[in-house]
Design a protein around this ligand. Sequence first.
Ligand code: UN1
Length: 500
Amino acid sequence: MTQKLMKEEKLRNFINGKWVAPSSEKYADVTNPANLDTLVQVPLSSIQDVEKATAAAKKAQKSWALLPAPQRAEVLYRVGVLMKEKKEKLSQLLTMENGKVIEEARGEVQEGIDMAFYMAGEGRRLFGQTTPSELKDKFAMSVRAPVGVVGIITPWNFPIAIATWKSFPAIVAGNAVVWKPATETPIMAFELAKIFEESGLPEGVINVVFGSGSTVGEAMIEQGDIRVISFTGSNEVGRTIAGKCGQRLKKVSLEMGGKNAVIVMDDADLSLAVEGILWSAYGTSGQRCTACSRVMVHESVKEQLEDRLQNEISKLTIGNGLDESIKVGPIINKSGLEKIKSYIQVGKEEGAKLLAGGHVLESGDHAKGNYFAPTLFTDVTSDMRIAQEEIFGPVVSLIPVKNLEEAIEINNSVEYGLSSSIFTRDVNQVFAAQRDLDTGIVYVNAGTTGAEIHLPFGGTKGTGNGHRDSGVAALDVFTEWKAVYVDFSGKLQRAQIDVE
Ligand code: UN1
């Protein structure tokens, strides 16, 4: 099926501007989760490939950083134009390798295009600061300096958008990149690398090494010349990376899980709330860090909300996302499916009431892929595991609450703090909620998904370690602040001492 869109059967690493086979000569199959067809083979690279990529990046970075930032930005601008030209092809390939429905795939590619143009603009800003000196005839400023070689590790659930959130700010700031994409979704990385090549980006500025986290990811952390690791993925892997980077005093930016909630107050526009919940809970089959998996509903509208959600869930079409009429695509792989299934059992044992779904879809066309029925539990209490742990699938837990205070307390009781939302028409509740919800992203009268690329993306507590992807905040990950003092007095002035 990919034949129409790409001719390669085996992908290659992209190192120093060349397409090269992994030195291990090992490959794994990449499977379309909608029908289990094999799409391509992805290299399982070895440590040597990471070493080569790092050396190439180190060599390329110096002259790349000397190129004026507006010129670096022009390359990114061309990347954006090329992505725009190839948007439909990229979107179709994305649906094939990841499973998300075509409308969402187009949205994700658009996120990458937006990021290219946004970061291209940043090449003419990269603002520093001037600060008055305490001494006469002395000028003081803070400028952003590139870190050098940076390592990025990207997940399968947003294989192109998240890659752009990390690589574009890195590049515009004058860094060179070693990039390990997820082995489940290497096609987006391959296509983006081709676009970089076509855009005229000098060789070695971006290097793509495909392979496993335990070999390629670990080797990246081991490389002394890689000064930053930016990772999006699971909490468990993120904690391991943080530990290893901490040992080596390597800067690390982590973006991990979520247990995101929608709050529905008694004065909410219920139709809007239902739409918001459906879109953010079952879109991407719940496989977003931002996906809604809890709904705190005011007890006075609980039954109405349950009925409406049940009714709408029954209308959701589930299948191969290339078909424009499909609303919910497959789960990425069998182990994802098993994990979701196990949480259904947990929810039942904990005493939650199942209102919809709760099973794998195995008949007809669904038998060929990894499909899970959109699921709704109700009468959930906040202490249940299904209300605390990230499931990463289309499973929502309704938790009845008495007031906003209780809803906020429950929202904040989980280990994560990525995204939250409130549906209400009361302006006082809006402002109280945006202040008190302990998450990096808060929505009012919208679901928990749909972050825009020019705002900071990330969360509090177990979601990350205080850094942010995208937005201008991303530059903080990929630059060092340098304080520069220029003394034009012609004499040696001693700070703190020669102050009159
Ligand atoms: C993710 O799930 O890791 O806000 C990224 C959103 C998307 C990005 C999600 N723009 O849902």
